[in-house]
Design a protein around this ligand. Structure first.
Ligand code: CDP
Ligand code: MG
Length: 886
């Protein structure tokens, strides 16, 4: 269901592995969960809305001719007083050599592209160049970042470098900003700028917009590029030109430069030469077979390669790329037991075993029983296909035969997105004397972070991705090969400080079959949230929008369908040709309800739930809490089943038992029969409510299997959503206090209905025993028929509603195929009564003529009629019987 947000979640037992924690969508933990829709908390009030830019304007506007010369304004130089140290370190940045070229390009063209590797100085320096050239005199220099944490830290860094206060170099992210009337340079997330466009389509207060990290191809940045390709010429027409700088860490820019719909003439590209030391790439001769992705032969292979490097090659850090959190820890455990840390460190780790619930200690620990026997696995050099510089590996091969390892300790550190930022920062700290750094990372380390001192890269070539079905939105996790661009990026990490080596655990033949590039986010994720945002900016024919790469047709179609069913957009179907009718399907216009929904920076389904609650003020805080919990996701810390380590398995078992116990407590908090029917959403309410009651301290969270960061995020999001309810819906009475009493039974019943109103297509009905073919009786026990898949689905075992008696009709947030692809699970379940569909999801219902009943069929007092109602979803239809409707 949740489209705009990012991955997350916890490891699962065995094949159920349906969750997202392990997916590292190039994002660090602080990344936006709902990037698609941020709110401009700051500037909304003081600006009168611009007159709407109509779609027709879009068509009429000429694209920028970037070659077009503008009169060069004699920009007045602004002096910046930097400290000598800063001055010195700046001079080392490759981008300093290109300052003149960049500034000339900016002066002569409206739109330019700057390419340069991570670390070349783009983010920190380009805003300074512009400031010094006087661009801040005509407006703010705005820089967008895909991640919140980058927006904040970069603004601080630039303020320090320029010796200016944060009143002048400021940031704005989802929940906070330090923008003042003096702000000249403003770092923000791409979501913040998207939201600002709704208030002021011409972005009048900016003189320059820099879209940073454009290579990441987040949907927001892509849409911003499309919008700005039209805004820039409009601003020129108004005599108040806006400059656009697109910055990319890779040279993959054809989607921007060779895209006539976007820019008629290709914008000039300034490339920054970065000194990169040569990296020798070694392919394996064979690729470890991994048809069954769960058993991870690539991990064993990675382990062996690291051992070999550590024992035989000269000093230098090792960076190994694996697929997810679970794999990071599995590999760390193996390495830590093979190359134990110094004794006292090991002892400290032993001690921490006692603090079972302290997540920070919930990390790899030394193990005594080591199954791995290197004697049986003599490595031979012939693995290195090119053999060019792997010679060193052979020389001390005998070292592998010694059972007791005498190598220096390996300083093994994890790096993945859900790791706390504090732990992430460890990789930047100096390595303890007499040890070798080995960072076990997911693809977070591919572009986002530069780790000092890496000389060897071990690349499994694998990445775990969350894939969505374009039509149904059903998601699944798959471990796939990375793209060639990723593999090269990974290899490049070895040559930052001196010549390095990259060991690819796959053959060059396999590499040849890799995709050239990763797909942009917009091609792979559901787009309902984006489509609604665009419609709220009067871009009705989203299909004609100049995307750098357009979303798939099917994805757009299902987004429109969903928005129609939510009542957020409407399609005026005039009589016409079939083609016209089809076209109309893609040009729904936003409704009043849609406008209200789009005010909330969450998925439109959730926006719908909140707007549905506005007639019942007392219930709004609960709806907001449920929405916040579902948006943030991964509220619970679910310990994984870990076959590698008995001690950890015991801890995990205890933690899982505790979580299960807690869930049943939370799902019945306050007592009353209705609560259980709200199911996992009641668990969410109970968990968040009790966390807030105890002040949401990290220790409370951790000892109750809650992720402290997630709880804080939920609190912030609740405050933000409450603020919007109060301001945009004018409901000043809605309570802001994060603490809440448990809802009454009556309120819970209403909550179930309201949640249903956003999830009409996420209904599933229990398949009765009679309906199951006899040979499937066992296999299909507890099976449900959803509207999205032909095959049956099952309630995820982590759901509190997964136990008998199973509810007949349920709604779910997520439908996910297990990693094995064998079974599909629905998650975050509540039970509903089918008659509610007629009231809350009429779009999916077929109503008979009013029934001829002996009694007065028309009830004057309630204004209701009785109909036979069939819920129908394409081929499927369920008779809901006679229902009274308005
Ligand atoms: O944007 P790009 O990746 O091209 O480079 P940057 O973020 O501007 O960083 C340029 C240099 O500044 C790098 O060498 C960073 O290590 C350094 N830097 C820093 O020392 N502290 C920060 N907070 C940010 C950057
Ligand atoms: Mg940067």
């Amino acid at each position: 269901s949740s489209e705009s947000e990012e991955s997350s979640s916890d490891d699962q037992e065995d094949e159920i592995s349906s969750c997202d924690e392990d997916v590292e969508a190039k994002e660090l933990e602080e990344s936006e969960t709902t990037k698609a829709c941020e709110v401009n908390a700051n500037s909304a009030e003081d600006k009168k809305p611009e007159e709407p830019i109509l779609e027709s304007d879009f068509k009429k506007t000429n694209c920028t001719s970037s070659k077009e010369k503008l009169e060069v304004q004699p920009a007045t130089y602004v002096h910046v007083e930097r400290t000598p140290e800063i001055q010195e370190s700046r001079l080392l940045l490759p981008i300093l050599a290109e300052e003149q070229e960049i500034m000339e390009a900016v002066k002569e063209h409206l739109i330019i592209i700057v390419c340069g590797q991570t670390g070349s100085g783009k983010t920190t320096q380009v805003p300074q160049f512009l400031f010094e050239a006087g661009f801040a005199k005509d407006g703010i220099i705005g820089i967008t970042e895909p991640r919140r944490v980058a927006a904040v830290s970069m603004s601080k860094r630039v303020a320090t470098e320029m010796n200016l206060s944060t009143n002048i170099v400021s940031y704005q992210i989802r929940y906070e900003n330090n923008v003042t009337s003096e702000t000249s340079i403003k770092f923000m997330t791409d979501g913040v700028l998207t939201r600002e466009l709704k208030e002021d389509f011409l972005l009048s207060k900016y003189s320059v917009i820099i879209l940073d990290e454009a290579h990441e191809r987040t949907s927001n940045t892509d849409v911003l590029i499309g919008l700005l390709s039209r805004i820039v010429p409009l601003r020129k027409k108004k005599g108040n030109p806006l400059k656009l700088i697109i910055m990319s860490a890779t040279l993959r820019i054809e989607d921007f430069t060779k895209n006539e719909r976007l820019f008629k003439t290709s914008p000039p590209v300034v490339k920054i030469d970065v000194r990169q030391f040569p990296v020798t790439v070694h392919f394996n001769k064979k690729t470890p077979i991994s048809d069954d992705d769960i058993t991870c032969p690539y991990l064993d292979e990675a382990y062996r390669k690291i051992c070999k490097i550590h024992r035989t090659l000269p000093s230098g850090g090792i960076l190994v790329f694996v697929t997810g959190r679970q794999e990071v820890h599995a590999l760390m455990r193996k390495l830590n037991s093979k190359f134990p840390k110094k004794n006292n460190e090991a002892r400290n780790q032993e001690k921490s075993k006692l603090q079972v619930l302290n997540l920070d200690n919930y990390e790899a620990k030394p193990r005594d029983d080591l199954e791995e026997d290197d004697r049986t696995r003599r490595l031979d050099l012939s693995e290195d296909e090119d053999g060019s510089s792997g010679d060193e590996l052979m020389m001390e091969d005998d070292a592998l035969t010694s059972e007791m390892d005498s190598s220096i300790p390996l300083h093994v550190l994890p790096l993945y997105s859900l790791l706390s930022s504090e732990k992430q920062r460890q990789v930047f700290a100096p390595v303890p004397e007499g040890t070798r750094l080995c960072v076990v990372a997911t693809n977070v380390a591919e572009t986002s972070l530069t780790i000092p001192g890496i000389k060897y890269v071990v690349d499994t070539g694998k990445v775990k991705r969350k894939l969505y079905d374009k039509i149904t939105g059903v998601s699944s996790f798959r471990v796939t090969w990375v793209s060639k661009a990723s593999a090269n990026q990974r290899a490049g990490r070895a040559g930052r400080t001196e010549p390095g080596h990259a060991y690819r655990l796959y053959s060059s033949a396999v590499f040849q079959d890799f995709d050239e590039f990763d797909k942009p986010e917009i091609e792979t994720k559901p787009v309902a949230g984006l489509v609604l945002q665009m419609k709220s900016m009067k871009i009705d024919r989203v299909i004609n929008f100049p995307f750098p790469t357009p979303p798939p047709h099917e994805a757009l179609e299902s987004a429109e369908k969903l928005l129609i069913s939510l009542g957020a957009i409407r399609v005026l179907l005039n009589r016409g040709t079939l083609k016209e009718m089809k076209q109309a399907q893609f040009s729904g216009t936003i409704t009043d309800l849609g406008h209200r929904i789009s005010a909330f920076p969450v998925h439109p389904r959730f926006g719908k739930m909140i707007t549905m609650a506005t007639k019942h003020i007392d219930i709004i805080p609960y709806v907001i809490t449920v929405v916040a919990g579902l948006t943030v996701r991964e509220i619970f810390f679910t310990p994984s089943h870990d076959p590698d380590n008995d001690a950890n398995e015991e801890q995990n078992r205890q933690l899982r038992a505790r979580l299960s116990h807690l869930k049943s407590l939370w799902s019945s908090v306050g007592g009353g029969p209705e609560r259980k029917l709200l199911g996992d959403l009641m668990v969410l309410l109970g968990a968040i409510g009790s966390a807030e009651y105890s002040g949401a301290t990290p220790s409370f969270c951790v000892s109750n299997c809650l992720r402290p960061k997630a709880i804080i995020e939920v609190r912030k999001l609740r405050a933000q959503l409450t603020g919007i309810v109060r301001s945009s819906l004018g409901l000043d009475d809605v309570i802001i206090d994060p603490k809440m009493e448990p809802p009454s039974d009556e309120q819970v019943r209403l909550l179930r209905k309201i949640v249903l109103s956003g999830l009409g297509d996420h209904v599933a009905r229990k398949i009765s025993m009679e309906e199951i073919p006899s040979e499937r009786r066992k296999e299909w026990k507890g099976a449900y028929q959803s509207l999205l898949l032909d095959e049956p689905v099952f309630i995820h075992p982590e759901s509190v509603l997964s136990r008998d008696p199973l509810p007949t009709y349920v709604i779910f947030q997520d439908l996910m195929e297990a990693l094995s692809g064998k079974k599909s699970y629905i998650r975050d379940i509540s039970s509903i009564e089918p008659e509610w569909l007629a009231h809350f999801c009429p779009h999916y219902c077929h109503f008979s003529k009013p029934l001829d009943l002996p009694e007065p069929r028309y009830d004057v007092t309630t204004d209701q009629v009785k109909c036979h109602v069939t819920a129908s979803y394409g081929r499927l239809s369920w008779s809901l019987g006679a229902v009274e409707i308005d």
